[in-house]
Design a protein around this ligand. Structure first.
Ligand code: FES
Length: 170
């Protein structure tokens, strides 16, 4: 069901319930990091505090998993709506502003526009895994089994036509 509306980028991305917000953004090419994070981030373990997002309140159910202990410690003194994307699992549709520390021109009007559009319904279930491939047909199995065991079939007898010519005598 969740759809993540990225306000800065003007994009809606579907994901599955419980997906990690950072992983969805990276997979879909949404830039989460400012210069410092681009030069070196912790890879999603909550140590570099460069993957901030600002979650726009919509008045509906909590869209992300509760803040982790790491976030409680690392985000002390930051706005209450900020989260670390790498620590956040998406549970419901939401609006986020990436890189809130960088500011965003016309933020209020962009957020207002994003809030005015209803969030589409995303996927409701995880996709089914693809069908397993069919095993090879029976006709190929004996030769393959013999080759695997090092017991190749003996060469077949050759007819007179196919037999090599004997060397000429002088
Ligand atoms: S990627 Fe380092 S804190 Fe999120």
């Amino acid at each position: 069901m969740p759809v993540i509306r990225f306000v800065r980028e003007g994009r809606d991305l579907e994901c599955y319930p419980g997906e990690n917000l950072r992983e969805v953004a990276l997979r879909e090419g949404v830039e989460l990091y400012g210069l410092k994070g681009k030069l070196g981030n912790c890879g999603g373990c909550g140590q570099c505090i460069t993957c901030f997002v600002d979650v726009v309140p919509t008045g509906s159910a909590a869209p992300l998993s509760p803040p982790t202990a790491v976030e409680e410690r690392k985000l002390r003194g930051r706005p209450a709506t900020w989260r670390l994307a790498c620590q956040s699992l998406v549970e419901h549709s939401l609006l986020v502003v990436t890189r809130p520390q960088a500011g965003l021109q016309d933020r209020d009007s962009l957020v207002e526009g994003a809030l005015a559009r209803p969030l589409p319904t995303g996927p409701t279930a995880w996709p089914e895994p693809p069908e397993a491939e069919e095993p090879p047909s029976d006709s190929a199995e004996p030769a393959a089994a013999g080759a695997a065991a090092g017991t190749e079939a003996p060469p077949t007898a050759t007819s007179g036509e196919d037999a090599p010519e004997p060397p000429e005598r002088r």
